[in-house]
Design a protein around this ligand. Structure first.
Ligand code: SF4
Ligand code: SF4
Length: 471
């Protein structure tokens, strides 16, 4: 698997592989929005008692996917805007989940594929699928040509497969088998992608399990470099789908575990294992926590008297944590924390490379490479206009021209950006990382792609409405 350019994950600030279970907080703050999900339809009243696994809210625009109560407790709807606060009724012993059997109402026949999909939706596991081209959660009524399971995480400070799989090898294998049954009638092939080198035990066991049916399963090893963990890139480079434009879905390790819990135990998978890392974290680690766990508890202890930038996700692929977000959301793979320097460096704009990696040979860092990198949010000067250096084009793994896309989008030439392949951007962030002018290219492309998708949805709705009127 070759790329025009890759990024080696930064070792400093990476979390330990072992995961620690955090003590149960008195109150969980369950966010109503996450990266792809918007839960706008409430299913509970204020002060209502709920059981673990009960539906708190649903996403009407996304197949009514549910937001589940991570624990039993009392609902407070107005305590924190944008969240459902849940006063935990019975603090669970550390590392276990309080599950009430009655909370799982739907138990359809085990062999009915559509019923199993309904069960996956009801138990919150369907949210773990994503369409690799759009990044959206796929429609449960559709079929993919291939399913890619990424047992990889190469972005710096992101939750590692070893931590996600610790003690869950059997569940992982069960999940793979359940997925095999789920797609048995459709001809969908399942591709497991792992990093080269040492394989987690669970993956080795899974390999043996999937080797039972090589016509339906395949294993691929990729170099441990970012962004080789991107499912869209893996699909293209490894040629996992035929024809290339076929629909491909993807999921990660926790998705497979959620499927195993739903289809073999009829339970929701209510634990999250996330990383808490980055240069500002004293003890980078993996933690096991429930959705809604207070962010402040997850990050503690942070040094006092400093400012921080908190990223929801990894260094490259994450986005700034919304300031109003109080609790862990269900899609967060890890929290990355970097210092925000209080003062600008003296003449920082002329020496941005002395202590930093730089893609450009103009900066001092190239003389001292490899440089121990004091990673902060400092840009080293003002934001600058594109200087047409071409670095972004050189590193783009999707073979795009980010600087031209940037210019088109800056001038509102959306059609031209689309014609140039905006849709092919996998939002890896390498272009933003190397840009000496620190232009937020990835963010600009992500917003534009979202705009294109919602315009296409609006157009499809208008066409459907017009055809109904004509009839
Ligand atoms: S244009 Fe997209 S795919 Fe290319 S480097 Fe930038 S974020 Fe990555
Ligand atoms: S890396 Fe930045 S400055 Fe260089 S061409 Fe790309 S957008 Fe322009």
């Amino acid at each position: 698997m070759t790329r025009r350019s890759t990024h080696r994950p930064l070792p400093s600030g990476r979390p330990e592989a072992e995961a620690t279970a955090l003590p149960e907080p008195a109150t969980l703050y369950v966010p109503l929005t996450s990266r792809r999900l918007r839960f706008t339809q409430m299913s509970v009243r204020d002060s209502q008692e709920v059981r673990a696994g009960d539906i708190l809210a649903t996403a009407p625009d996304q197949s009514d996917l549910p937001l589940l109560a991570p624990r039993a407790g009392t609902v407070r709807l107005t305590a924190v805007p944008g969240h459902i606060a849940l006063e935990v009724a019975r603090p669970a012993p550390v590392g276990t989940v309080v599950l009430d059997e009655e909370a799982i109402a739907a138990t359809p026949p085990r062999d009915a594929v559509q019923d199993n999909r309904a069960l996956l939706c009801r138990l919150g596991a369907w949210q773990c699928f994503r369409d690799v081209r759009t990044g959206d959660i796929p429609d449960p009524c559709h079929e993919p040509a291939a399913l890619v399971i990424m047992v990889t995480a190469f972005d710096s400070f992101i939750a590692q497969p070893e931590a996600l799989l610790a003690g869950k090898a059997t569940d992982f294998v069960q999940g793979l088998k359940a997925l095999h049954r789920l797609f048995s009638g459709s001809g969908c092939r399942i591709h497991v992608v792992v990093g080269e080198g040492e394989c987690p035990t669970a993956v080795n066991e899974a390999i043996e399990a999937v080797a039972l049916d090589p016509s339906r399963f395949a294993l691929h090893r990729v170099p441990q470099l970012y962004p080789n963990d991107n499912p869209q890139l893996a699909t293209q480079t490894l040629k996992l789908a035929s024809p290339p434009q076929a629909t491909v879905w993807a999921m990660g390790v926790e998705g497979v575990l959620a499927v195993a819990f739903a289809l073999t135990l009829y339970q929701p998978y209510l634990e999250r294992t996330i990383s808490v890392g980055g240069p500002a974290v004293e003890k980078p680690r993996h933690v096991v926590a429930a959705v809604g766990h207070p962010i402040a508890d997850l990050l503690a202890p942070l040094p006092s008297g400093c400012s921080f930038r908190i990223v929801n996700g990894g260094l490259m692929s994450g986005t700034d944590l919304a300031p109003q977000q109080q609790g862990l959301d269900g899609e967060c793979p890890g929290l990355t924390v970097v210092h925000v320097p209080a003062a600008r460096e003296f003449l920082g704009f002329v020496r941005p490379g002395r202590f930093r990696q730089s893609f450009s040979r103009c900066f001092l860092g190239t003389l001292f490479s490899p440089t121990p990198e004091p990673l902060t949010s400092l840009l080293g000067g003002e934001e600058r206009a594109c200087v047409a250096c071409g670095h972004c084009e050189h590193v783009c793994p999707a073979n795009l021209l980010p600087q031209v896309l940037h210019r088109y989008l800056y001038n509102d030439q959306m059609d031209d950006a689309q014609a140039l392949g905006l849709d092919e951007c996998v939002e890896c962030g390498l272009c933003s990382y190397v840009c000496p002018c620190k232009i937020e290219l990835r963010e600009q492309f992500a917003v534009a792609k979202q705009q294109l998708r919602s315009d296409a949805d609006d157009a499809a709705l208008a066409t459907a409405a017009a055809s109904v009127t004509d009839q």
